[in-house]
Design a protein around this ligand. Sequence first.
Ligand SMILES: NC(=O)c1ccc[n+]([C@@H]2O[C@H](COP(=O)([O-])OP(=O)(O)OC[C@H]3O[C@@H](n4cnc5c(N)ncnc54)[C@H](OP(=O)(O)O)[C@@H]3O)[C@@H](O)[C@H]2O)c1
Length: 306
Amino acid sequence: MVQPATELYLVTGATGQIGRRVVHQLRQQGQRVRAWVRLGSNYQDLAAVGAELYFGDISQREDIWTAMSGVNYVISTHNHPKHILQIHLKSNLHLIEIAHKFGVECFTYISGLGVDQYARNAPLLEAKLVIENELLNRGLNYIILRPPLLNHYLLLWLRQLQKTGSLILTGDGHLRHAWISLDDLANITVQVTQNPAFRRQILPVGGSPLSRWDLIHLYQKLTQSQPMIIPVPLHILDGIRWGLQWLQQEEDLGTLKTLFSHEFICSERDIKQLENHLHIQLESLEQFLQRYLGLDTEDSKYSNPK
Ligand SMILES: NC(=O)c1ccc[n+]([C@@H]2O[C@H](COP(=O)([O-])OP(=O)(O)OC[C@H]3O[C@@H](n4cnc5c(N)ncnc54)[C@H](OP(=O)(O)O)[C@@H]3O)[C@@H](O)[C@H]2O)c1
């Protein structure tokens, strides 16, 4: 007889690109999931698959205390590109501290490739490095995943291409990134959280490297379309940053500039190790995009409408 699940997973950012997929995958396994959502977000599908909804503001410490009750595993996937200090950094530090106090079994954090190399002048990478160090020093079980950070923009760019037929390509579009299917990323997140062999490790996570130009060519091939690409030199971002400083909105542009200026890739060895340890084969980006661009029900179910 199948035993009912007793362990509880707290997934923050449950309406985000990764969090939503993680919640769906955990529920498919029949796990108990507390999905952290905000009023006004699109969380109906999470309730429909049987996740317990927890409404709260992750920047509020008391909301974290309440959310942590009875939790065995924390999977932290919340983010806010304009409030990196308040929402990303401080809330993750509070989450870690409180998870430790509650004695959770494992804390899973989605960091990013290159945080140890390029944190300077890139607030999101800097925040992620501080959070990684807190996990390393705090004394609770953790697993840190490092996928390529530009991956976050993959579907957003494709949506823009589909909608407008054009795309602004900032900086050198020939630099390569280790793109990964969001479904694979969610699957890996769930698997490493559940497997004690991965505790206290930092894992680079990404597929074969492709440049943004490669992506555009892949999109052209899959859709048989000729999108208009508007190249913009990287230094234009500096001008925009300067203007936005006055509005204190410039943080994410600093990160973007760093992401557009370097290659963020996984070695063949890292990819093979990941596949062998997890007994998975990463799907090709072409497979993932074909599914996504076809907007089949499975993927549109996970898509974030924002
Ligand atoms: N996506 C990728 O491929 C990728 C790659 C590398 C690293 N990462 C990292 O993985 C994490 C998740 O990325 P993602 O792309 O899934 O992010 P995302 O789609 O932007 O989702 C962010 C989530 O955070 C929630 N959130 C924002 N402010 C909140 C608040 N004050 N209280 C509670 N929840 C709040 C959002 O809720 P609402 O829906 O209500 O706004 C949303 O559910 C981030 O740390 C990111 O840097 C992602």
